[in-house]
Design a protein around this ligand. Structure first.
Ligand code: BGP
Length: 466
């Protein structure tokens, strides 16, 4: 049966400053941790394409915003780059601010709502050199940055977000060591996660202060975006599998969900960390700070489920406690290019979990998408990429969203990740996510793929067709 979405369901694009803007030295922009990594070891990036260019949104933002409009989209999320907005003394960099004002104005002229995020894995290098998220001074610096952004753009932006996927830097940089500075230390992972939670809470506090002081429009809302999908385990789990599920769900999901709904971290997770002597440094007054962290709503990024089981060994090669091992579901359908499982029902399960456990919190799907390598294979004679696999991917996810809404989930909208092909961290342009192709050989020219025409119609009719 053809499914429909509510008429007021919003549709748009998800993107980020560091993955689209490029122009990395323009406007006196400061160096970010991505530029530093690119400078240190360009071979770590696919085809040696570092953080410098994005998809040239800096030059093309007017056309891109019009393009989103032509696809019938009504909103998009991007992020301010801390490195572009503030100088090294924490003062507004007027050229950087001017760029974002121009983008915001252009969106307004095209009747597109911007969702503005403050941080997308892009620490300024001078702060990383002071210890980054390991250092409380940097937490304070982030709260200051948030304050400056609220004051500068508060009258123009309705939807603010403190962080995109705050779990990713603790994991990628500090626990698993796959991103610069390649640290593999579970304790550091927890310390950094804790400090980011403080930073989030302080930024929310700055939001309300700025609102009280009249810098922010009355109808503005603040939120957090994360990949909140709860993990799954085997069909007939042992008590140890269930224990692995509890702690992994606790660290990755409930940690943030409890923080933003109840203003504290989950007690059972803190107790487990204590049991293994892994508590982060907790200072008097921190609990009061966490109480400030409640938000108006959530962004839910969903690409794939996580599947886990009890760990075979209690400690990893570095002598750190292991809470789980991955579980490979024999029936998993994979996106082989990214190595991620495709499981559209996960989006529904999350909606039902929210309905049951956090009934007052509304959310939207803030990222969902499919990255595919070598898409030029799928060009038709007219040169258009026939990305039927992407249409199928989005369609199945939208169908589960429609069902979740029917069953009572408060899901308000959907942002497709990367509507226009963009730079994907160390994968650079390996896997393309776009509904719109970016021609890297030809001045980043944009070309619609088949999926762009398809989504145009889905958005217009709010009907999920083939
Ligand atoms: C999300 C990030 C995005 C984006 C996306 C796709 O986790 O918020 O920044 O990159 O994943 O992942 P990737 O680019 O690694 O393929």
């Amino acid at each position: 049966m053809t499914k429909t979405l509510p008429q007021n369901f919003f549709f748009g694009a998800a993107m980020s400053g560091p993955q689209t803007e490029g122009a990395y030295t323009k406007d006196n922009r400061l160096e970010s941790i991505w530029d530093t990594w690119s400078n240190l070891s360009i071979s770590d990036f696919y085809n040696k394409v570092g953080s410098y260019v994005g998809n040239n949104f800096y030059e093309k933002y007017e056309d891109d915003i019009k393009l989103l409009k032509s696809l019938n989209m009504d909103s998009f999320r991007t992020s301010i780059q801390w490195t572009r907005l503030l100088d090294i003394n924490g003062k507004i960099n007027p050229d950087g601010a001017n760029f974002y004002h121009k983008v915001i104005n252009c969106a307004k002229e095209n009747d597109i709502e911007i969702f503005m995020n403050l941080y997308h894995f892009d620490m300024p290098t001078y702060l990383f050199n002071k210890g980054g998220w390991e250092n409380r001074e940097v937490v304070e610096a982030y709260a200051h940055y948030a304050k400056m952004a609220f004051r500068e753009f508060g009258k123009e932006i309705k939807y603010w977000f403190t962080f995109n996927e705050p779990i990713v830097e603790p994991d990628q940089r500090y626990r698993h060591g796959v991103w610069f500075p390649f640290i593999k230390n579970a304790q550091k992972g927890i310390n950094v996660q804790y400090n980011i939670s403080l930073a989030h809470s302080l930024a929310v506090n700055e939001f309300y202060k700025a609102k009280e002081q009249g810098y922010i429009r009355e109808d503005a809302k603040i939120g957090l975006i994360n990949c909140f999908a709860p993990p799954y385990t085997k069909e007939n789990p042992t008590p140890e599998d269930l224990e692995a599920l509890r702690i992994e769900d606790g660290i990755n999901n409930r940690w943030w969900l409890d923080l933003v709904t109840e203003g504290h971290l989950p007690q059972d997770v803190l107790e487990t960390l204590k049991q293994y002597n892994m508590l982060p440094e907790m200072r008097p007054g921190d609990e009061e700070i966490f109480k400030l962290g409640k938000v108006d709503w959530l962004g839910f990024n969903y690409y794939h489920p996580s599947r886990i089981q009890a760990p075979k060994e209690k400690y990893d090669a570095n002598g750190h406690i292991k809470f789980s091992d991955p579980y490979v579901w024999p029936e998993a359908k994979m996106n082989i290019y990214r190595g991620w499982e495709i499981y559209p029902k996960g989006i529904y399960d999350f909606g039902m979990k929210m309905k049951k456990e956090y009934p007052n919190l509304k959310f939207f799907v803030s990222e969902n998408g499919m990255g595919v390598e070598h898409e030029h294979r799928f060009r038709n004679e007219a040169g258009e990429i026939q990305d039927d696999y992407r249409i199928e991917f989005i369609k199945e996810h939208l169908e589960w969203i429609a069902k979740a809404i029917e069953d009572g989930a408060q899901c308000l909208g959907y942002h497709y990740w990367g509507v226009i092909d963009n730079w994907s961290w160390n994968n650079a342009f390996k896997n393309r996510y776009g509904l719109v192709e970016v021609d890297l050989m030809n001045d980043y020219q944009r070309k619609l793929k088949k999926s762009a025409h398809w989504i145009q119609n889905v958005i217009k009719t709010k009907t999920i067709t083939d």
